[in-house]
Design a protein around this ligand. Structure first.
Ligand SMILES: Cc1cc2nc3c(=O)[nH]c(=O)nc-3n(C[C@H](O)[C@H](O)[C@H](O)COP(=O)(O)O)c2cc1C
Length: 167
């Protein structure tokens, strides 16, 4: 059965209303950092601590993640939208010119002052149509020292911030 002509747009409009934390997914290729901005990240299991990340097969970092077998998920803090802007403007290593980058356990690039960093080993890769569904087992977690660090959200095709509701 063919989907209705407006299904694509309706689907995208609907998904744009799912507020999601903005992450930079990073890895290494030929000794150089490579990565993408992604919101399709979610918790999988706590035994072992693991997550799921959905990455487009056409993304430049896709094959690098598979080849390297390690990646980091950097949940951006609210003041790190410049990192997203840089990733959108630039390609390859030049994406890492905004922000301060270091490494933890796996050697994947890790953003200083990110709200949360999950340093992962790629455990499994499942087919998800245009995307691959990467299962990452977490080797190291780093959380911002400030417990009230707001993370950067993507909502209705723009930036937003997480904020507690006041009673
Ligand atoms: C806010 C935002 C969220 C995104 N989420 C994802 C995602 O979850 N998975 C994905 O494969 N690409 C996602 N993208 C697109 C990628 O960041 C990237 O633009 C695309 O994969 C092309 O990358 P390339 O230029 O390295 O090939 C997102 C982009 C933005 C701006």
């Amino acid at each position: 059965m063919q989907p209705a002509a407006d299904t694509d747009r309706t689907f995208q409009d609907a998904m744009s209303l799912f507020a999601a934390g903005v992450t930079a997914i990073t890895t290494m290729r030929d000794g150089r950092p490579i990565g993408l901005i992604a919101t399709s990240v979610c918790s999988l299991s706590s035994d072992p601590p693991s997550i799921v990340v959905c990455v487009n097969k056409s993304a430049s970092a896709h094959d690098a993640i598979v080849a390297h077998g390690k990646f980091a998920v950097n949940l951006l803090s609210v003041d790190q939208s410049d990192v997203v802007d840089r990733f959108r403007e630039a390609k390859g290593q030049a994406r890492f010119e905004a922000g301060q980058w270091t490494t933890l356990e796996t050697g994947a690039p890790v953003l200083a002052d990110a709200a949360v960093v999950l340093d992962c080993t790629l455990e499994k890769c499942h087919d998800g149509f245009t995307h691959s569904i990467f299962v990452g087992v977490i080797e190291r977690i780093s959380c911002s020292r400030s417990v009230d660090t707001s993370c950067l959200l993507w909502h209705a095709r723009g930036y937003a911030r997480s904020m507690p509701l006041c009673a």
